[in-house]
Design a protein around this ligand. Structure first.
Ligand code: F6R
Length: 609
């Protein structure tokens, strides 16, 4: 998730480029860059760090020119550095490009282009786009860009500038946002509306596959076939704050709704083209390597720890390797039995949580091999671990973690399948079937997100209760823990999760008339057992909200309300079942008037003990 801007007009481009990027820093802030055409050549300036570093670098010597593009980066391919920052150029410096998204076939393209004599400077996927344009350029900017688009695969929003075609920017998008701001004698391009609303409120919102040729006094839009498209002007009436949240009231709701895309991005390049196997090029493990471990630890904090619990289930079920999960603040002080035969997996959205980092360092000191699952390229944990798998969720801003959790689950699932593949613990056909279901998950999350009204009603009805209990068995229990954490951290309602079978060993004493119990019953293998626990709480007059798979008609006989989620393999149900729980927490917090994005006493990244 990066921020993109473009300007073409009569004014100095650098003014809008820096202003627009400052409004987009919430999309990524590990490096920034701009490119401006000065009438003779394109000057590119980039700097690692926040936008302020770029501003410092060019202050006193601002690029001059009235056409330019800019970028603020959230690294995916290639660590944050001056060289990896956008814009990227071809060999001649005549073509520059800024990009948000992932070019999935960049390695193949890069090899081809290197063979044809192109010299690459960065480690990014984006740079291939600039070289490819140089390679196919036929004297016509538009048709050359269209040719590039036919060769690249993946998700993107892209803006191209060429020294050979002054005063023209070309932009296009696929699965990433892009908007054109319509000015008077000047036009603007941005990945998001906040960048442009100080300049204009009249916009064209591009659809996937559309390409726009933007000059200072014209905007021509065409579809994939090159046919002209007439678009309606979209008048933006959000204020600046709402625009930053994409029109959502809070970052948390925006991030909940970003989950289909975050999951899709995290899966991209990790499934083979034929859909039969998992490809984790980052790891390149073999059976001997995996067999050298006699134990795996998963260590993390908070929501990431809850993802680790699901990860243990996946690895044990699919790869049949025993896994212990621990909270980092406990692990580091209890003299854990860790040596060179241990694989330590740490999970951290921010990559900066101090307890997790300390556990990682201590395990390395004792000889363990280490793997980090994190969302932030170049973070302390990413740098410290031997190997890294990234969740490509984009920046998570709300304190309560949502899209990071679902993408961590995706990585664990992919990792467990990968291990099973290597060790032969599951048959290829079984793995291929799970991969087929995995590919449906983004669409199924979208489906779950579309049915929000009943959840709002429950939140209003039960939002003022003092206590809420969550129950479930197996993976449902792991999701229940996450659901309870979401509710307590943003709505301040006391919420606890219990393994459903454990209720009668104490907690049942707390279940009295009217106490809300959220009962998860998506796990088919323990369904009957869960049902009997639900009957136990119903017999004490609890109000029970069930979470079940679509088509389950049985549960509604025993509970007060049912929320259905789409049908998938029970291993993948946590990715769907967690969504109504996130929404329930969100709307309960709204009902109680809480500050959803900044809950009291909590910080996004816990870098102290
Ligand atoms: C809860 C939440 C926290 C974090 C925890 C670990 O919604 O966000 O519990 O999960 O502080 O943070 P990371 O994943 O950055 O290590």
């Amino acid at each position: 998730m990066c921020g993109i801007v473009g300007y073409v007009g009569d004014k100095q481009a650098v003014g809008f480029l820096l202003e627009g990027l400052s409004k987009l820093e919430y999309r990524g802030y590990d490096s920034a860059g701009i490119a401006v055409y000065d009438g003779q050549k394109i000057r590119v300036e980039k700097s690692v760090g926040r936008l302020a570093s770029l501003q410092d670098k060019i202050s006193g010597n601002m690029p001059v020119g009235t056409t330019g593009i800019g970028h603020t980066r959230w690294a995916t391919h290639g660590r944050p550095s001056d060289i990896n920052a956008h814009p990227h150029t071809d060999c001649s410096g005549d073509f520059v490009v800024v990009h948000n998204g992932i070019i999935e076939n960049y390695l193949t393209l890069k090899e081809e282009l290197i063979e044809r004599g192109h010299a690459f400077k960065s480690e990014t996927d984006t740079e291939v786009v600039a070289h490819l344009l140089e390679e196919v350029y036929n004297g016509d900017f538009v048709s050359s860009v269209r040719e590039v688009l036919q060769r690249i695969e993946g998700s993107y929003s892209l803006v191209f500038m060429s020294r050979r075609d002054p005063g023209t920017l070309i932009c296009t998008k696929q699965d990433n946002p892009l908007v054109i701001g319509i000015g008077n004698g000047e036009n603007f391009i941005a990945s998001d509306i906040p960048a442009i609303i100080n300049r204009t409120r009249r916009t064209f919102i591009l659809n996937d596959g559309e390409l726009a040729v933007v000059k200072k006094d014209s905007i021509k839009i065409m579809n994939r076939r090159g046919e002209p498209v007439t678009k309606k002007v979209f008048e933006v009436n959000w204020n600046a704050e709402a625009a930053e949240k994409g029109g959502y009231e809070h970052f948390m709701l925006k991030e909940i709704n970003e989950q289909p895309k975050a999951v899709r991005d995290t899966l991209s390049q990790r499934i083979s083209k034929d859909g039969q196997t998992i490809t984790l090029d980052e790891l390149k493990w073999n059976a001997d390597y995996l067999k050298s471990f006699n134990k795996i630890y998963i260590v993390a904090c908070g929501t990431a720890y809850h993802a680790g619990l699901v990860g243990k289930f996946y690895i044990e079920k699919l790869a049949r390797i025993p896994v212990t999960v621990d909270v980092a603040s406990e692990f580091r002080y209890r003299d854990p039995i860790v040596d060179e035969n241990t694989l330590l997996i740490v999970v951290s959205q921010s990559g900066e949580t101090s307890d997790t980092l300390a556990a990682l360092k201590e395990s390395k000191r004792r000889g363990a091999k280490t793997l980090a699952l994190t969302n932030v390229v170049g973070s302390s944990i990413a740098r410290e671990a031997d190997q890294v798998l990234y969740t490509w969720a984009g920046p998570e801003i709300a304190v309560a973690s949502t899209k990071a959790y679902t993408t961590q689950l995706i990585l664990f699932f992919v990792l467990a399948l990968y291990m099973a593949q290597i060790l032969g613990t599951k048959k290829p056909a079984f793995i291929a079937d799970l991969i087929a279901q995995l590919k449906n998950v983004p669409a199924q999350i979208s489906e779950t997100l579309s049915d929000v009204e009943p959840i709002k009603t429950f939140a209003k009805r039960y939002g003022f209760n003092e206590d809420v209990f969550y129950i479930g068995r197996q993976l449902d229990y792991d999701v229940a823990l996450e659901g309870a954490l979401k509710l307590k951290e943003i709505s301040y309602i006391h919420a606890e999760a219990y393994a459903a079978g454990e209720l009668k060993h104490g907690t049942l004493a707390l279940i009295v008339e009217g106490v809300p119990v959220i009962a998860l019953a998506t796990q088919k293998s323990v369904y009957e057992k869960t049902l009997s626990n639900i009957k136990e709480v119903k017999a004490r007059d609890a109000v029970v909200i069930g979470i079940a798979s679509a088509g389950d008609e049985e549960l509604s006989k025993y509970v007060d309300h049912v929320i259905h989620v789409p049908v998938t393999d029970e291993l993948l149900e946590p990715l769907l079942a967690v969504v109504p729980l996130q929404l329930l927490a969100y709307y309960a917090a709204i009902t109680r008037g809480c500050d959803v994005d900044k809950p009291r006493n909590l910080a996004k990244s816990v870098t102290v003990e």
